[in-house]
Design a protein around this ligand. Structure first.
Ligand code: HEM
Length: 135
């Protein structure tokens, strides 16, 4: 084999491995939700909080276009359809709660924000219990 080709082949193999190991799009979108959600829990600045709530909402919209890896492994049929519908229903609830958080920030109701954050914690726990695969 041409010796000069070896580095190119090595680089191409590395690229392929990196692509294969990349996180699925749903994980990336969830991480965006996570970043905005964590930041909005820390702020007491109403305008900043409302902006972060909108950022989280935009990331949640992207998660709606994906399907959890666990569901993608299910055979086609009513069980899979029901699991996908439940997933979208829960993510839809997350979206609504983030809209409520945005409104609470805009009304300067920080107590209300804290109560909604508690509701989201519960929703996140439920969603991850139901749809996240064990490592
Ligand atoms: C604010 C609420 C939520 C936050 C901050 C959040 C955050 C995250 C993060 C950071 C990950 C990546 C985990 C990793 O890399 O191991 C993740 C994954 C995931 N989340 Fe959420 N999540 C939330 C709500 C939900 C809800 C409500 C559902 C379901 C209805 C859900 C379903 C999933 C699934 C299925 C995965 C794994 C992705 C896959 O299947 O490939 N999450 N989430």
């Amino acid at each position: 084999m041409n010796q000069r080709l070896l580095p190119a082949i090595f680089a191409a193999t590395l690229c392929l491995c990196a692509t294969a190991a990349e996180d699925p799009p749903l994980v990336k979108h969830m991480e965006q939700v996570d970043d905005a959600y964590k930041a909005l829990r820390k702020t007491e600045d109403a305008a900043k909080g409302a902006e972060l709530a909108r950022e989280a909402q935009n990331a949640v919209v992207k998660t709606l276009g994906e399907i959890p890896t666990m569901i993608s492994k299910m055979p086609d049929g009513p069980e899979r359809a029901k699991a996908a519908a439940t997933y979208r229903h829960m993510v839809g609830q997350l979206y609504v709660k983030l809209c409520e958080i945005e409104k609470a920030f805009l009304d300067n109701q920080l107590d209300r924000v804290a109560a909604l954050v508690d509701e989201i914690k519960e929703l996140k726990k439920q969603g991850h219990n139901e749809f996240m695969e064990d490592e």
